[in-house]
Write a protein that binds this ligand. Structure first.
Ligand code: ADP
Ligand code: MG
Ligand code: MG
Length: 249
């Protein structure tokens, strides 16, 4: 399980997470909801170990492994995958090359052999088909000129290929029309497994109609201020975050 205890973290010397505690048992999907600027992306980036995100206090463990001590590559090898709110474009690197390089880096880190070209092709074709992606898109430079929906599909494809055990989706719903939202959500739901945990970060309830969370947490000003079942997401959608804001009466 993912265990976060009293996490304080900063970005470029700005304290953003201020005593955040959270537990996501294996097999569960938890949603993190909160207003803009609450620290949702900072939470995802801190768990994944992106440079510039500094843990000041507290702990983050995944199946008992202290993630804070590990560099980002070691965290990825331990099964951590962060799907970005804004996937990066990488000119000159075809999607296929990117995914295969990521898989092999992870395998090397785990002391495993590289995947063979035929095995990789078979697997990636299957994954693309499941996500209704045109295979030729994977031959293009990663995400360059892709629509929002295509970028998100590309992220889910990477997840399907890398088989992470801790999946963090940061506003996967932003910029998606209903059809893309459904396909991406089906792709995510297909990745649910008894030994996997998922953190689904979202500003809106809509995504949670498709990816049904076991629990919903409200993140405001760097802390979890409320937790509940899926009904909490509906309440937030109806009433907004006002009553959770620091200055609320
Ligand atoms: P959310 O994802 O909930 O909208 P973020 O985690 O992106 O919020 O941001 C939380 C706060 O941290 C915001 O006030 C934002 O301006 C600040 N922040 C995020 N990234 C940086 C950065 N690189 N440098 C300085 N401040 C940042
Ligand atoms: Mg935001
Ligand atoms: Mg964000």
């Amino acid at each position: 399980m993912l265990k976060i205890d009293n996490l304080h973290a900063s970005v470029e010397d700005n304290a953003i997470l201020k005593g955040l505690s959270l537990q996501v048992p294996a097999g569960e999907v938890h949603a993190i909801m909160g207003p803009n600027g609450a620290g949702k992306s900072t939470l995802g980036n801190t768990i994944a170990g992106r440079p510039d995100y500094e843990v000041l206090q507290g702990s983050v463990t995944w199946n008992g492994l202290d993630l804070v001590e590990l560099d980002p590559a070691a965290r990825a090898a331990a099964g951590v995958f962060l799907s970005f709110q804004y996937p990066v474009e990488i000119p000159g690197v075809p999607g296929l090359t990117f995914v295969r390089t990521a898989m092999n880096a992870q395998r090397r880190q785990r002391g495993e052999d590289e995947i063979s070209a035929p095995a990789f092709l078979k697997q990636v074709k299957e994954a693309a088909k499941n996500l209704k992606m045109d295979f030729d898109m994977l031959k293009r430079p990663l995400n360059v000129g892709f629509s929002g929906g295509e970028k998100k599909r590309m992220e889910i494809l990477q997840m399907a290929m890398l088989e992470p055990s801790l999946l963090i989706l940061d506003e996967t719903d932003s910029g998606l029309d209903i059809d893309a939202l459904r396909i991406v959500s089906e792709g995510v739901n297909a990745l649910r497994r008894a030994d996997r945990s998922m953190l689904v970060i979202t500003h809106y309830q809509r995504l949670l109609d498709y990816i049904k969370p076991d629990k919903v947490h409200v993140l405001v000003a760097g802390r979890i201020v409320a937790s509940g079942g899926p009904e909490l997401a509906h309440e937030l959608e109806a009433e907004g975050y006002d009553k959770y804001l620091p200055n609320a009466a």
